[in-house]
Design a protein around this ligand. Sequence first.
Ligand SMILES: Cc1cc2nc3c(=O)[nH]c(=O)nc-3n(C[C@H](O)[C@H](O)[C@H](O)COP(=O)(O)OP(=O)(O)OC[C@H]3O[C@@H](n4cnc5c(N)ncnc54)[C@H](O)[C@@H]3O)c2cc1C
Length: 447
Amino acid sequence: MAQRVVVIGGGGGGLGAAGGAKAIDPTADVRVYTEFEDVAYSPCGIPFVHGKEIPTFESLFLAEKQAYVDAGIEVHYETRVNSIDRANKTISVEGEGVVPYDSLVISTGFIYQDPGVPGAHLDGLYYVKNIRAAMEWDKRLDTVKKAVVVEAGPLGIEMVTALAHRGIETHVIDPHPWALGELLDPDLAQIVQDSWTELGVTMHWNTELVAFLDNGNGSVGGVSTSGGTIDCDLVVVATHKRANNSLAVAGGIAIGTTGGVVVNENMKTSDPSIWACGDVCEIPHGSASLPLQGLTGSHAYAQGKVAGYNAAGGSRAYSSVYVPWGMVAGKWMIGGAAFGEVAATALGMPYVLGVADGISRARYYPGVKKVRVKLLAEPGTLRLIGAQIIGGEGVKERADFMGLAVKMGLTLHDLANMENVYSPPIGALNEPIKVAATNGIAAAGKS
Ligand SMILES: Cc1cc2nc3c(=O)[nH]c(=O)nc-3n(C[C@H](O)[C@H](O)[C@H](O)COP(=O)(O)OP(=O)(O)OC[C@H]3O[C@@H](n4cnc5c(N)ncnc54)[C@H](O)[C@@H]3O)c2cc1C
């Protein structure tokens, strides 16, 4: 009889797992459960439809439902899994009853942290996630004059920019002193914030949400904050991503300090028949052995591939992470890898800094953009511990490279002597990474 691999979750992690299981055992009975109406769409594109950079939601769908049927993956849409019975190796499914598994993959993703303030029941609080809901919210955005975004984390940053692009009067409130306060260094954040000011965004830093306020008709009419009241027609709640761990907790599976499911390098949980992947689990950081939860869609998909492959009898490992990241923020692109100054300081990691302000193309080539690179390296060895980048283009590629450079243990000397592409339309003679490394070596007094 074919082995039964059951996957809970139809996001990047869950679908990666289903594909991974089929890759090692094409005969496996692979079944995916999702609460949503769809799989295989990119939630990452939602803010850009709201911002009108992408004309339609339809283009965010990556595959037809038939593609999964053809691949032999049975997707159960709008079907909630209620519990896991590990002793009997079954799950309880709404409308289906008890469903057995030989191996189970949990990929239930994230939930936004509950703001924990009065008024959470009001209409007009938008938690951006599901594409069908986003389509409805998009119609409503046509009627919105003024919006508040709660927290300038990664999604908040994208939504602030999107709403401003759409011509909505946008306010952002955040308890931190600047945007992306736990990750982004303040000098880079200031550049983003200046561009938000140009776009008409009003920022309220060091500001706590106190309550969502009723407009008298059961809809939100404003927010009460530690800094006063802001009236609005809509609130985007973009609080921290937390592990959607309730099934795992109730099932008695080990949970780590972040609230994420604990997995080993094979993405296996504390139960030998259960794997986990994506935002529901926590993964060690490669440099500091810190557990990290709530990474990105690309991490979720890669973890899912490993989890599903192993759940169906394979043996693959998922390495610890160095977290290259990047996004559009106001008029800029920002990104980095591993630790910036804020994180390094919080962790008590000493560092040497190398900074360069460069350009993305030859200075005479039309469309040339500024690029600032900051490199952090361990004093003494000058081994790279992280990087942050802001620019008009070319940020993603540098962030990816920086992630690999930290992972491979490259030093500022390696980067100062790197070869680089020089082609006027796509790259300048002086690569900013190389210049930043050279400056870092000089700052460390080691030429
Ligand atoms: C607006 C938005 C923008 C984003 N932008 C980016 C980006 O630019 N780059 C990037 O890399 N990532 C981005 N992401 C991805 C994201 O932040 C996550 O990292 C990614 O979605 C995690 O995938 P996942 O499979 O772990 O969980 P999710 O995608 O959250 O999927 C969870 C799945 O579990 C299902 N589920 C949960 N509980 C149950 C249950 N009890 N029964 C049945 N099914 C259940 C849900 O229906 C869903 O299918 C974005 C996400 C959003 C929402």
